[in-house]
Design a protein around this ligand. Structure first.
Ligand code: SAM
Length: 220
């Protein structure tokens, strides 16, 4: 460029300006596309769920499902998977004899997939997949609950479960333990580990700790 030519200098300046703007436009376009994929494909149905409560879809492995079912062996009554994904845990529970079996899920694609899997397995009428926000369903009649959720929401879930569940209910958590509860039993190692919590035991434990605290002999 001729340093002394003001016309040429201005043209280069405009070029640079456009370059900066161009990068901004590409960045904005990419973000918009990423958001559209997130909102439209991965998290549709979650518009009304606060961001801090949104948990993405990561299906349980075969081993994780087997471990969940081991901790539910010999039990009966209503079984619910909170955030049922493609419905695999609900189907496994039905095969193990649970009735009724319900999956709550907000993602409409996953609900369609769950219903397809149930139809293919010949039990479309036997299991139920409902488009409901797990934070808004009442769980008072559930005797068996499974959750594969993110650690960030588990402390809130503990409060909901304690408020609503009867003493006979068993809660199974996969991938992450419930942060403040003592498990009754566990199965598996590493990523395949699952934890079982009996609500009656959890309440009893809390009472014991509260009494000991009031008497000045806290349980460590
Ligand atoms: C980690 S995946 C587990 C899926 C399934 N339970 C499994 O183990 O294969 C969590 C699922 O919960 C669903 N989910 C997250 N928040 C939810 C909410 N508030 N109400 C209903 N479903 C929700 C997600 O769409 C996702 O499918």
């Amino acid at each position: 460029m001729d340093q002394d030519d003001p016309g040429e200098a201005m043209a280069e300046l405009q070029d640079r300006h456009f370059g900066g703007l161009g990068i901004l436009q590409v960045a904005a376009g990419t973000s918009l596309l990423a958001y559209a994929v997130w909102a439209g494909l991965l998290m549709p149905g979650f518009r009304k769920v606060p961001l801090r409560l949104q948990v993405p879809y990561v299906p349980a492995s075969r081993k994780q499902v087997d471990n969940v079912m081991r901790l539910l062996q010999g039990r009966s009554g209503k079984m619910v998977d909170l955030g049922s994904g493609d419905g695999r845990i609900v189907l496994a529970a039905y095969r193990q004899g649970f009735c009724p079996v319900v999956g709550y899920e907000l993602n409409p694609w996953l609900l369609q997939l769950s219903r397809f899997h149930a139809w293919r397995a010949g039990c479309a009428q036997k299991v139920s997949y409902q488009k409901k926000d797990l934070w808004k369903v009442n769980l008072a009649d559930c005797k068996n609950i499974t959750v594969f959720l993110a650690p960030s929401v588990l402390h809130l879930l503990e409060n909901k479960l304690l408020e609503e569940l009867p003493n006979e209910t068993r809660v199974i958590s996969g991938r992450f333990p419930l942060p403040n509860w003592e498990p009754t039993a566990t199965v598996g190692e590493g990523l395949d580990k699952v934890w079982a919590y009996d609500i009656g035991d959890i309440r009893q434990n809390m009472e014991t700790r509260a009494t000991a605290f009031l008497q000045g002999t806290p349980v460590i």
